[in-house]
Design a protein around this ligand. Structure first.
Ligand code: BES
Ligand code: ZN
Length: 600
C-alpha cells in the first residue's frame, strides 16, 4: 500500500450522497417543534454553505423526511429534487442554488420512518408519567431527522431552537443557552463536529451537579442514584487530561436515558447519552463513562473520516478507556476488563466473516452497522497496545498527544494515521518498526499472534474456584468473598457450556443470579439459562427483554433462544410484544436474527 499517495486523495464516503468538494455545509441552524402526539419534529433548518464550485447544486442526505419547501438566502424559493430511496442510505436531496446564495433554509417534517428518533410512551420511562424522546445519529441516522451532508468527514457547527411541551426539558450535545422569550430551548455548538454527534433528548429531566464542570441529567426518580453512581466522573476527566491533553469541550455532562436506549453509551459532545443499565449501585460499570469520555479526544476531536475508519474511533477509545480506568481504579481492575474484553473478541472472531475481522474493513456494498463488532473495538485497542509495548509507554503517549493536538477538530482516515505513525513514531524507533506487522494488524482477518496478553490475579482466583466447583465442591463452599462484578462475569464465562438444571438451580440458589441488579451479570446468566433451558429463569428473561432495549444484551439472549425450535418460539412470542418498544437500531439486528417478517 502506498499510504502517502492515498493520503493525498480526499476520502470518498460510500455512505453519503453529499458532494462536499463542490458545495459544503458548514453550519446548521435548527428550528424545530416536537410533537409527541404525532411523533414528529417539524420546522426548518438553515444550512450555511461553502461553495467551491459555484455552478454546482447542493447535495444532501435525507431519509424519510417530508420536505415542504426550500428558500435561498439570495431570496426566493429553490427547486429541490428528492431521488428514489436507497434502503440503506435514504434519498439523495438535490437543491438548486442561485448565484448569490450563501445559505438555504429547508422547511421539513420528520415522519414515522425517522430511525434516529425514538419516541417513548410514559410507561417506557422510569417515572411513568411523561413521554420521552431521544435521537441517535451514529452511524448514518442523522439524515432521518435533519437534511444535511451526513458524513463524518463533513464537520459542522450548529445552533438549535427546540419547542417542547410544557414540563419537559430538552437537552442537546451543545452549550445550553436556556430558554427564549417564547419558552423554546436554545443551544449552540461552536466547535465543528461530525453530523452523527448532533443529538437531542427531551423528557422529564432533572440535573445534578457532579463537579463544577460535570453533571448528570436523569428522570427525578433516578437522578440521585445516578449522581452517586457517577461520582468518579470529574476524576476521570482529570486523569484523561493528564494523559492526552486538555478537555476541549467546556462541560462534560451525562444524560441517563430510558432503558430502551439501544446502546450502552453514546459520546455526544458535552453530553454523553447513557443507558440506565450502567446504574448497578456499586459503580462497577462506570468503565462505560471512561469510554464515552475518552471519545472527547478519540472520535469527537479526531474523527473517523469514513465508516471504514471506524476503528480509529473505537479502537483508540477502548485503549484510552483502559488507560483512564487504570489511573482511576488501579491496574488490577483495568487488567480484569482487558482480559474479559479479549475473551469476547476471541469468541466473536469465530463467528464473523473474514472481511469483518479486518480493522480497515471494506464496507463497499455494506451498511456501516455490518462492520460493527468487537473487532474495531478490541482488535483496534490491542493494535495500539502492541505499538505501546514496542516503543514504550512514554514515547507512545507523546505520539498520541501530538496526534490529538495535530488533528484536533479534523476527520482523518486510516491512511493519514499510518503516515503519521510512520513519520512521527516508527521512524524514530527502527527496531519497533521492524517488529510491527502493519499488514497483519490492519488488513488481515484474525488476531495477530503478537497481540498483547494481560494477566489478572483476581480472575485467576475465579478460575480456581470454577475448577473446584467442576470437581464437585458445592457452590456454597466456594471462596467468593469480596468478588467484584468483573470476577462474577469471569465466573459465568468460564462455567462449563453444558449444565444440568440441578447445577443451575444450585448456582442460582447460592448466588442469586436471576435476581441480580447488575445488568451485565444478569445478561450473562440469562444467556446460560437459555442455552441450558433452565425454565426457572424464563420469567426473568421475558421481563428483561421487555424492559431493556440495549442491543448488546438483547442480541446474545435472543440468539441463544433461537438455537432450539422451542426457544425460537418463545423468542418470537416475546419479540412480538417487545419489538414496538425497541429502537430501529436494535430491530435492524434482531429482525435478521429472528427472521422476522419471514413466514412465522
Ligand atoms: N459510539 C459508540 C456507540 C455506537 C457505535 C453507536 C456505532 C452507533 C454505531 C459508543 O461509544 C460505544 O462504543 N458504546 C458501547 C459502550 C462501550 C463501553 C464499549 C456500547 O454502547 O455498548
Ligand atoms: Zn465507543
Amino acid at each position: 500500500m502506498n499510504s502517502h499517495h492515498a493520503a493525498a486523495e480526499p476520502a470518498r464516503d460510500l455512505h453519503s450522497f453529499g458532494e462536499p468538494a463542490r458545495v459544503r455545509v458548514r453550519h446548521v441552524s435548527l428550528d424545530l417543534e416536537l410533537d409527541f402526539a404525532r411523533r414528529c419534529a417539524a420546522g426548518s433548518v438553515r444550512l450555511d454553505l461553502e461553495r467551491t464550485d459555484r455552478s454546482a447544486p447542493l447535495v444532501l442526505d435525507s431519509e424519510s423526511l417530508e420536505i415542504l419547501g426550500v428558500v435561498g438566502s439570495a431570496g426566493g424559493t429553490r427547486a429541490h429534487r428528492l431521488a428514489g430511496r436507497d434502503p440503506a442510505l435514504g434519498s439523495r436531496l438535490e437543491i438548486e442554488l442561485a448565484p448569490g446564495d450563501t445559505s438555504v433554509t429547508i422547511r421539513y417534517r420528520t415522519t414515522a420512518g425517522a430511525q434516529a428518533m425514538q419516541w417513548l410512551e410514559p410507561e417506557q420511562t422510569s417515572g411513568g408519567r411523561r413521554p420521552f424522546l431521544f435521537t441517535q445519529g451514529q452511524s448514518i441516522l442523522t439524515r432521518s431527522w435533519i437534511p444535511l451532508q451526513d458524513s463524518p468527514g463533513v464537520r459542522v457547527t450548529y445552533e438549535a431552537t427546540v419547542r417542547a411541551p410544557q414540563g419537559l426539558v430538552a437537552v442537546m450535545s451543545a452549550e445550553q443557552l436556556g430558554r427564549d422569550e417564547r419558552g423554546a430551548w436554545r443551544f449552540r455548538m461552536s466547535e465543528p463536529i461530525p453530523p452523527y454527534l448532533i443529538a437531542l433528548a427531551c423528557g422529564d429531566l432533572e440535573f445534578r451537579e457532579l463537579s463544577a464542570r460535570t453533571g448528570v441529567w436523569a428522570e427525578p426518580g433516578i437522578v440521585e442514584g445516578a449522581r452517586d453512581e457517577l461520582v468518579d466522573t470529574e476524576n476521570m476527566v482529570q486523569q484523561a487530561e493528564a494523559l492526552f491533553g486538555a478537555y476541549r469541550w467546556g462541560r462534560y455532562d451525562l444524560v441517563i436515558l430510558p432503558p430502551s436506549f439501544p446502546f450502552g453509551g453514546m459520546e455526544n459532545p458535552r453530553l454523553t447519552f447513557a443507558t440506565p443499565t450502567i446504574l448497578a449501585g456499586d459503580r462497577s460499570l462506570v468503565g462505560l463513562v471512561a469510554h464515552e469520555l475518552a471519545h472527547s479526544w478519540s472520535g469527537n476531536l479526531v474523527t473517523n473520516a469514513t465508516w471504514r475508519d471506524f476503528w480509529l474511533n473505537e479502537g483508540f477509545t477502548v485503549y484510552f478507556e483502559q488507560r483512564i480506568m487504570e489511573r482511576v481504579f488501579g491496574a488490577e481492575r483495568s487488567a480484569m476488563e482487558k482480559v474479559l474484553a479479549r475473551r469476547d473478541l476471541e469468541l466473536e472472531l469465530a463467528e464473523l466473516a473474514p472481511w469483518q475481522q479486518v480493522l480497515h474493513c471494506d464496507l463497499a456494498g455494506h451498511h456501516p452497522d455490518d462492520g460493527f463488532s468487537a473487532v474495531p473495538y478490541e482488535k483496534g485497542a490491542l493494535f495500539l497496545r502492541r505499538i505501546e509495548q514496542l516503543v514504550g509507554r512514554d514515547e507512545f503517549d507523546r505520539f498520541l498527544r501530538a496526534w490529538f493536538d495535530g488533528h484536533a477538530f479534523e476527520s482523518v482516515t486510516t491512511e493519514e494515521f499510518l503516515v503519521s505513525l510512520d513519520r512521527d513514531l516508527l521512524a524514530r524507533h527502527p527496531d519497533a518498526a521492524g517488529q510491527l506487522d502493519l499488514q497483519a494488524w490492519l488488513y488481515a482477518p484474525g488476531l495477530p499472534a503478537d497481540a498483547p496478553r494481560t494477566e489478572s490475579t483476581l480472575l485467576a482466583a475465579v478460575d480456581r474456584e470454577v475448577g473446584r466447583w467442576s470437581l464437585s465442591t458445592p457452590a456454597s463452599e466456594l471462596d467468593t468473598r469480596g468478588w467484584v462484578t468483573q470476577q462474577w462475569l469471569r465466573f459465568l464465562d468460564t462455567l462449563p457450556d453444558e449444565l444440568r438444571v440441578t447445577q443451575l438451580a444450585e448456582l442460582d440458589r447460592t448466588f442469586r443470579f436471576t435476581q441480580s441488579g447488575n445488568s451485565e451479570i444478569l445478561c450473562a446468566w440469562l444467556v446460560i439459562c437459555a442455552h441450558n433451558r433452565y425454565g426457572a429463569a424464563d420469567k426473568a428473561t421475558a421481563e428483561f427483554l421487555l424492559r431493556v432495549g440495549r442491543r448488546k444484551f438483547l442480541k446474545p439472549i435472543y440468539a441463544e433462544l433461537a438455537k432450539t425450535p422451542e426457544g425460537l418460539r418463545r423468542a418470537k412470542e416475546i419479540y412480538a410484544l417487545a419489538r414496538p418498544r425497541y429502537h430501529a437500531v436494535a430491530t435492524r439486528t434482531l429482525d435478521e436474527l429472528l427472521q422476522w417478517g419471514h413466514a412465522r
